[in-house]
Design a protein around this ligand. Structure first.
Ligand code: CP3
Length: 354
């Protein structure tokens, strides 16, 4: 395998020294880029784009052609796993994802399959292999999956939810059934992430987008425990290098100490957390990734630079920071603002690494 020309991301995730803070952006390949919209148009739909490795590879690389980003993230979606487990998945224009036949009973859960990632999710592995080849060691490639709890909420609700009527409903009314589902999801997610590592992913991220809606007593048993189980089952080394794992619970600010004990190398922070406070709380147990408010990108160039400076200063003088937004970039952002952000991170962070 080719040596990495830029391994700042991997070093920062392992809290090793870097000469400037690495930066990448959640959803960096997405609708804010006109060239992304053009390829999606060509593909016909978002799912067709995900399932065509050549096109998924092309859009994965698009943001790297524009900006000096320190990582690529494979273009796919967290919901490919439930789809491979046998659930029909539909993306409706303007409405997001839905499962027309959601899981509501023990019989529904019992029907779920345990796919072989190299078969049912072969298109993702092909994309990973293509992207690794095209990157030729320029920057590392991040693989990802959804957390069991987050996937379960989509599968049970049938789409995004505001009330969690059915998902939290199942959690309280039939916890044993919920645990069976989460356990099966954890096994499948673990196998899927390991397949991505074998295909060439050099770091992994688990997206727990809905973990933050859980109660204080429920986060550990229904979300964190299953993510820790996944981390435990991951292959942590490939070609002599450690594969770092990032765990991101949106809205998980209250539980950072517990997340730091999960076995993950790094925690993703949303923008509601003070990064200086987060660093004090987790100490040197894990690296931190984040956490600029995505809406900062609607401000002037100077205001973006100032806000980047605040996040960098908040983390302070130490290795172990990966700059990112606190959640995915929004579709209405001007790509020029992303250029300002990336440049500001690289320029303003150098003094923190001397
Ligand atoms: O970060 C990247 O560039 C990699 C690509 C990526 C996508 N989805 C592409 C995508 C990643 C890492 C995801 C993860 C994902 N998908 C999450 C967890 C992260 C988060 O945002 O909290 C979730 C909850 C999903 C499920 C999902 N996919 C939703 C709710 C939606 C609709 C919302 C929206 O933005 O339209 C999607 C669609 C989606 N996934 C798009 C992209 C680029 C937009 C689809 C389009 O082109 O129309």
């Amino acid at each position: 395998m080719t040596e990495l020309a830029n391994d700042r991301l991997l070093r920062a995730l392992m809290r090793q020294p870097v000469e400037r803070t690495p930066v990448w952006i959640m959803r960096q390949a997405g609708r804010y880029l006109p060239e992304y919209r053009a390829v999606r148009e060509r593909a016909g739909s978002f799912l067709a784009l995900c399932r065509t490795p050549e096109l998924a590879c092309e859009v994965t690389l698009q943001p790297l052609e524009r900006f000096a980003l320190d990582a690529a993230i494979v273009f796919s979606d967290i919901l490919t796993v439930p789809a491979a487990m046998g659930m029909e998945l539909v993306f409706t224009e303007g409405e997001g994802p839905s499962f027309p036949r959601p899981l509501r009973s023990a019989a529904d859960v019992a029907r779920l399959a345990n796919p072989d990632p190299e078969e049912e999710l072969r298109y993702v592995m092909e994309t990973v292999r293509l992207v690794r080849g095209e990157l030729a060691g320029k920057v590392p490639l991040i693989g990802f999956a959804g957390s069991p709890w987050t996937l379960a909420t989509y599968m049970i609700e049938g789409g995004s939810s505001t009330h969690y009527r059915f998902s939290k409903g199942m959690m309280f009314a039939d916890p044993a059934l919920m645990h069976r589902l989460l356990e099966q999801l954890a096994e499948n997610v673990c196998r899927y992430l390991n397949a991505q590592v074998r295909a060439g992913a050099q770091a992994l991220m688990i997206f727990d987008t809905w973990g933050g809606v859980l109660g204080a007593r429920d986060y550990e048993p229904f979300s964190l425990r299953y993510m820790a189980r996944i981390v435990e089952g991951l292959e942590r080394e490939m070609d002599g290098r450690r594969i770092p794992v990032i765990l991101f619970t949106k809205g998980g600010g209250a539980w950072l100490e517990r997340m730091a004990e999960s076995g993950a190398d790094a925690l993703g922070l949303d923008w509601t957390v003070d990064i200086a406070d987060a660093r004090r709380r987790v100490g040197d147990r894990v690296a931190l990734q984040g956490n600029l408010d995505p809406c900062t990108l609607y401000a002037s160039a100077q205001r973006i630079r100032d806000e980047v400076g605040e996040v960098l200063a908040g983390f302070g003088h130490a290795p172990g920071h990966v700059f990112n937004l606190g959640h995915g970039i929004q579709p209405f952002v001007d790509p020029e603002s992303v250029a300002v952000l990336v440049d500001a991170v690289h320029t303003l962070s150098a003094p923190y690494h001397q």
